[in-house]
Design a protein around this ligand. Structure first.
Ligand code: ATP
Ligand code: MG
Length: 415
């Protein structure tokens, strides 16, 4: 991609009403646009980052047997009435609307009900189980406060996977498997060391659910962390009884602020009973399906990553999610420089390396400032000076001295 062909521009300032650092940075760098509080458009660069996050999650979900699909955002009320969650008192985040004939519809804040209803078409016998449908989907929630940028949207992206199992044992085995997959995801996103599997309240069908909480000074949640055991306890279940059960002492735990990046939940028959999702077991008896739900917030993660991987000059994306790997800067418009930079762009692109090529006729200072704000991991500069030194100037966004590299040395570094 050439910067001259990118319609977005960087900006000195974020909108005055934007208080979250992640959104300020992402807006200034041209990754997102604020439509209103809690509602953001993903611009071309931001879309690439979001897709990279989604791809990491997708690979780990597919590896444990996930079936990707896409449910509808528009929801008829019947399944939600059957589960008891249509009422605004029970589910206080509903956005509702009406058909022309007056029929009420909702915009899905989550998808347990429609998926449970849908699966009645496909689950009949024990031979049809277990199955693990999932999706990346826009959720709508009328959150009371939405001041954390991408981390708390009113319209946001969620990965939601639902498990349908025959027995509690089959469910429990999958619950552990997806818990490991979550750890792999957060490690690949560069948040492994900061993210704790956290005991939270379990609802009617399990003692606990588990949240994946990433330590952050801007976190809205408070958790109690056991660094040695690599676990944490959510405030809502932080009781002497739970501490005893987990075999930890109060003074071994440290209170921390954290962001809930994902959670895993045993649903039991909470939805399969009211919606009558049953299967016939080996003995020919009808049984309710045992369910679980497993969420991750890709847009919340993007906000958190922007918040965490940044310095006073701008974003510093980890390799795994950066929109491009290389920011190629051409300094001046001497023919030799343009030729060399164009050729390098072609060569890197031909190797499958994603390059954002700053081919604009801008001052070097403006180009370097944009490179820093955008946070692309590797900066490569072609100038008359670098040509005299028979190479290109290489600078890592994460820090360290610049160096002159030959094209082969550069390719080796990017390999
Ligand atoms: P919170 O307690 O932060 O409101 P939640 O318990 O309502 O989260 P879930 O309903 O379990 O969250 O949603 C699954 C995942 O979706 C969460 O772990 C989080 O990563 C993400 N998520 C939830 N609400 C939002 C939101 N308003 N904006 C962005 N991401 C969200
Ligand atoms: Mg919530």
């Amino acid at each position: 991609m050439k910067v001259s062909q990118l319609f977005t521009k960087t900006a000195k300032n974020a909108p005055a009403d934007e208080v979250a650092k992640n959104a300020q940075l992402l807006i200034r760098a041209g990754y997102i646009h604020k439509e209103m509080a809690g509602v953001y458009t993903y611009l071309p660069l931001g879309k690439r980052v979001l897709e990279n996050i989604i791809q990491v999650i997708r690979e780990e979900m597919d590896a444990i047997g996930g079936n990707e699909m896409a449910l509808t955002a528009l929801q008829a009320s019947d399944a939600w009435k059957a589960s008891g969650r249509w009422s605004d008192e029970v589910m206080d985040v509903w956005f509702k609307t009406k058909l022309a004939n007056g029929t009420e519809l909702g915009l899905a804040p989550t998808h347990e009900e429609p998926l449970t209803q849908l699966m009645k078409n496909f689950i009949h016998s024990y031979k049809d189980l277990p199955v693990y449908p999932y999706q990346f989907q826009t959720k709508f929630r009328n959150e009371i406060r939405s001041k954390s940028g991408l981390m708390r949207g009113r319209e946001f992206w969620m990965k939601d996977l639902y498990s349908f199992s025959r027995t509690q044992a089959e469910h429990d085995a999958f619950y552990d498997k997806i818990s490991d997959a979550y750890r792999a995801i957060f490690a690949r996103l560069g948040l492994g060391n900061l993210t704790y599997k956290t005991f939270a309240s379990g609802g009617s069908f399990a003692k606990f659910s588990h949240e994946f909480q990433t330590l952050s000074p801007v976190g809205e949640d408070t958790i109690y962390v056991h660094k040695e055991k690599q676990i944490a306890i959510n405030q809502e279940v932080f009781t002497d009884e739970v501490l005893a059960e987990l075999g930890v002492a109060r003074d071994e735990l440290v209170e921390e602020k954290a962001v809930e990046v994902g959670n895993i939940f045993t649903l039991g028959t909470r939805f399969s009973e009211p919606l009558e999702l049953r299967f016939t077991d080996e003995n020919g008896d009808a049984q309710p399906v045992i369910m679980g739900s497993y969420g991750i917030g890709p847009s919340r993660l993007m906000g958190l990553l922007a918040e965490h991987f940044a310095d006073d000059k701008g974003l510093v994306w980890p390799e795994a999610i950066a929109p491009y790997r290389v920011y190629l800067v051409r300094i001046g418009d001497a023919e030799a420089v343009t030729e060399r930079a164009d050729a390098l762009y072609e060569a890197l692109t031909a190797q499958g390396i994603e390059v954002l090529y700053d081919d604009r006729d801008e001052r070097p200072g403006a180009k370097f400032a944009d490179a820093e704000l955008l946070g692309i991991p590797h900066r490569v500069t072609v100038s008359e000076r670098s040509i005299e030194q028979e190479g290109v100037e290489y600078t890592a966004r994460s820090g360290g001295e610049s160096s002159i590299l030959t094209q082969d040395e550069l390719l080796a570094k990017l390999a």
